[in-house]
Design a binder for this molecule. Structure first.
Ligand code: AMP
Length: 817
């Protein structure tokens, strides 16, 4: 290290700087003709540029930063009179390492500067950021013949420091480095320094470390700093899953799939994953963790009250049990209330929940001489804690004494109480509150609800029940689907192929009923138990629905083989095929009628709490009266047997073209995502079965939609319908219309057919295309047709021509207005 004085007193000048002709480093270092420029130059470079740049982004991990090395860098110049280190120290007397070379007047230069060994710390792709100045050859008097304006960067991989006995030809070239801005004598006069920053990356690396080398072949360079780093996706907690620091992949386009682990007290159905991009960004989270029952999410963690442990019985009678308990050991907050769950032993699927602000309750209306199981949990602002262990208590027999010894049993009183209870029950029955939500009598602070199979039984409101909630799927099928004797069915012909077997048409003749045309789905022989379960799962779902726009289930055949699902027959089959076959054959009102039916069916499903996830024209059936019915219900298989469903990089199989962006990105399937799909179905219907986004790839569709692109209006589409489609495709799912609003809107249009006369005109379709793709980007194309083909809109060529946009010049003139 040859430097001595602190910054500001430095002797350095830019290589080739000063008025004297450049020749040797010695003359450069001397800078005698412009000694006062040096401090300013130094400060410009070191104060302004370097200091502010010292902090690296959090996803970059430095392996070497020449600006922060306190001692000797240990780099070697070869030959020795080529690159030289210019000694400088900053105001803290810390060395600043700058190397320069300026042999622009001499022929055949080959000056190497070799770094010391750099460990890659396990990274297989590294980045090298160079900061340098480079002199413009034109500004060098007499140097034009030999002067160069580039230098070369190389690397050599090795597992250990091997003394740098590496031959020149063993180095692998990374790149030739040129300056974006070279400087001239004039710049020096203006005191403007042009510091260049260039970044190159190298990979995949297979050894533990590497050397870098800089080769000068006759330029005038000052290498001011070298920073070597790799990128990582920094550790994050996303959706309650911890993702560790992850070094990016070796390939610049690689996405590394990283599994997250659930934070304490959380669990997952679908393992959380994210993708670490080569740029060190976390992308496309899949799956998530959820706080365990009794815990609530707060700032990326789950906390909650500890379980109630100390439960004591109080008064026990024939029909009631009183309990008391103590606050949990660790309430972890103020206890807002307790939830008491109880059920008759071995009858867990039918349980009652009482909520109480007190630490005592009396469960009433129990059967005499029966064992009841109680569990209690506390709720704080953070949510419910876990349930206590089970406590079992038995009611006393009818003629036995109450467990409370102060109470003398009197048969007459019991009978009276029984009669009163009976009267109360009858009263309830007559008032229409047969089951479901009722306020408990004993305490106005208590609430009581009855459950069956985990579902609140509320009169009049039907809710879809996921067959998965049944331990035995056969139980679900038989609860929701009628068993049909195979002898009642006549199979006539095969009409389609389903995932589990053939779909046939035929007739169903049930005793005492008239014969019906039916569709019969069969389960092929040799099925696995899971296939049988999934196959019948569709019937368990369909059997819960009863609506004119939902395919109606007649029943199932499970007691003989083949296993069958029997539904109403839809003469015209699936809607997409039907529309393609009948292109242009229907009036607008007929099309809107079809759409109205689908929307009504979807409103019914969303009211029931059922999210379809695979709404598409291919999954709508249409009968001979052009009535459309939503079909294709299933459990997990719904998406798996859809030929349109594609595996996304984000995992899972999703029919991309029909699916809302939030459902693709993070599996947020809701009735609002069904509304998005409904908008696509509208588009399919109005365009008579055209394929959404035509031949664009799924990846292009995802990207385009993410960037705001939406399907253009189909030909001859009423403006009101296209507007509704656009509303369904709002990015913000809460801004999309609800199905009941869609039904109302379509009803209005049907009542007022003149409102359908205003069509989206050709010129507005043109402007949509321009808005999406921009006339600016069109400059590269020779003809309008070529441009439209390139953006997959070739089908609009005719419209463009008809509207006078026959040349790219004309297109370029069009403003968005
Ligand atoms: P799926 O397995 O439900 O997709 O049915 C396969 C094919 O069978 C459908 O695309 C329809 O063409 C036909 N299909 C299914 N159900 C019926 C039905 N109820 N009425 C008429 N055709 C049907």
């Amino acid at each position: 290290m040859r430097g001595s004085g602190p910054r500001g007193a430095g002797r350095r000048r830019p290589p080739g700087g000063g008025g004297d002709a450049p020749s040797t480093p010695a003359s450069l270092a001397g800078c005698s003709s412009a000694p006062r420029r040096a401090p300013l130059w130094t400060c410009l470079l070191l104060c302004a540029a370097l200091r502010t740049l010292l902090a690296s982004p959090s996803n970059e991990v430095n392996l070497l930063d020449s600006r922060t090395v306190m001692g000797d860098l240990g780099w070697i110049a070869f030959p020795k009179n080529g690159w030289e280190e210019i000694g400088e120290v900053d105001e803290n007397y810390a060395p600043i390492h700058t190397y320069q070379v300026c042999k622009v007047m001499e022929q055949n230069q080959n000056n190497w500067l070799l770094t010391s060994w750099i460990s890659n710390e396990g990274a297989s792709r590294i980045f090298i950021e160079l900061k340098f100045t480079l002199r413009d050859c034109n500004s060098l008097p007499g140097g034009l013949g030999t002067c160069k304006e580039t230098f070369n960067m190389y690397y050599f991989e090795s597992d250990e420091e091997n003394g740098r006995n590496i031959k020149e030809n063993q180095y692998i070239k990374i790149d030739t480095i040129a300056a974006d801005e070279s400087f001239t004598e004039l710049d020096l006069g203006d005191r403007v320094m042009k510091l260049n920053t260039e970044v190159r990356d190298v990979g995949p690396l297979s050894k533990k470390g590497f050397y870098l080398a800089f080769q000068d072949v006759g330029a005038c360079i000052a290498l001011v700093s070298v920073r070597v780093y790799y990128k990582k996706c920094p550790s994050v907690v996303r959706h309650l899953a911890v993702f560790p620091d992850t070094i990016t992949g070796a390939d610049s386009s690689q996405l590394l799939e990283v599994s997250g682990s659930c934070v304490n007290h959380s669990v997952t159905d679908e393992p959380p994953k994210m993708h670490c991009s080569a740029e060190g960004e976390w992308l496309v989270p899949i799956g998530k963790c959820m706080c365990k029952a009794g815990y609530e999410e707060k700032n990326g963690t789950c906390q909650a009250p500890s379980p109630v442990t100390n439960v004591k019985k109080g008064k026990i009678a024939k029909n009631s049990i009183s309990l008391s308990w103590q606050e949990p050991d660790r309430p972890n907050g103020i206890i807002l209330e307790y939830e008491i769950k109880y059920f008759e032993k071995d009858q867990e699927t039918s349980y009652t929940i009482i909520k109480s602000k007190e630490t005592t309750i009396t469960a009433e209306g129990l059967k005499p001489a029966s064992v009841y199981v109680f569990q209690i949990r506390a709720r704080t602002a953070a949510g419910y804690g876990v349930f206590s262990r089970r406590f079992e208590f038995e009611t006393i027999p009818v003629f036995a004494a109450s467990s409370d010894q102060s109470q003398i049993p009197i048969i007459a009183v019991s009978v009276t109480v029984g009669v009163i209870l009976l009267a109360v029950v009858i009263g309830f029955l007559l008032s229409g509150r047969r089951c479901g939500y009722s306020k408990a009598k004993q305490d106005p602070e208590e609430e009581k609800m009855h459950f069956h199979n985990g579902h609140i039984k509320l009169p009049g409101v039907r809710t879809y029940i996921d067959p998965h909630t049944y331990e035995d799927p056969n139980q679900a099928v038989h609860e929701f689907a009628k068993e049909i004797e195979a002898s009642c069915i006549t199979i006539e012909r095969v009409i389609g192929a389903g995932e589990f077997g053939e779909v046939c048409s035929g007739r169903l003749k049930l005793p005492g009923k008239r014969e019906l045309p039916v569709a019969i789905k069969t389960l092929k022989v040799g099925y696995t138990e899971k296939q049988r379960r999934d196959f019948l799962g569709e019937a368990s779902i369909m059997g819960q629905f009863d609506h004119p726009n939902i395919i109606h289930l007649e029943g199932v055949v499970t007691k003989s083989k083949p296993v069958m699902i029997v539904t109403e027959y839809m003469e015209n089959g699936s809607l997409d095929t039907f529309l393609k076959k009948n292109d242009g054959q229907f009036t607008v009102i007929q099309l809107v009628g079809m759409l109205r039916g689908i929307a009504a069916g979807m409103k019914y499903l969303s009211d029931m709490g059922y999210v379809h996830r695979d709404l598409a024209a291919r999954n709508i059936l249409i009968n001979s009266n052009l009535v459309c019915k939503v079909s294709d219900f299933g459990l997990s298989r719904v998406l798996e047997d859809d030929p349109e469903a594609a595996y996304t990089t984000r995992g899972g199989k999703i029919p991309i073209r029909w699916t809302a962006p939030e459902a693709i990105a993070f599996r947020k399937f809701t009735s609002a995502s069904d509304v998005w799909s409904y908008g696509i179905v509208m588009w399919e219907v109005v365009s008579y079965g055209e394929r959404p986004y035509w031949e664009m790839t799924n990846q292009d569709v995802i990207k385009a939609v993410e960037e705001g692109y939406r399907l253009p209006s189909p030909m001859d589409c009423p403006a009101a319908l296209y507007q509704l489609m656009l509303d369904c495709w709002q990015k913000d799912r809460n801004s999309r219309p609800k199905f009941d609003e869609i039904v109302n809107m379509l009803d209005k249009l049907i009542r007022n057919p003149s409102s359908l006369k205003t069509l989206v005109n050709a010129s507005s379709r043109v402007s949509t295309l321009l808005a999406e793709h921009g006339p600016l980007g069109s400059g590269a194309y020779r003809s309008v047709g070529e441009w439209l083909e390139a953006i997959k809109m070739g089908r609009y060529t005719e419209i463009f021509m008809e509207n006078g946009y026959s040349s790219m010049d004309a297109v370029a003139q069009v403003t968005l207005e």
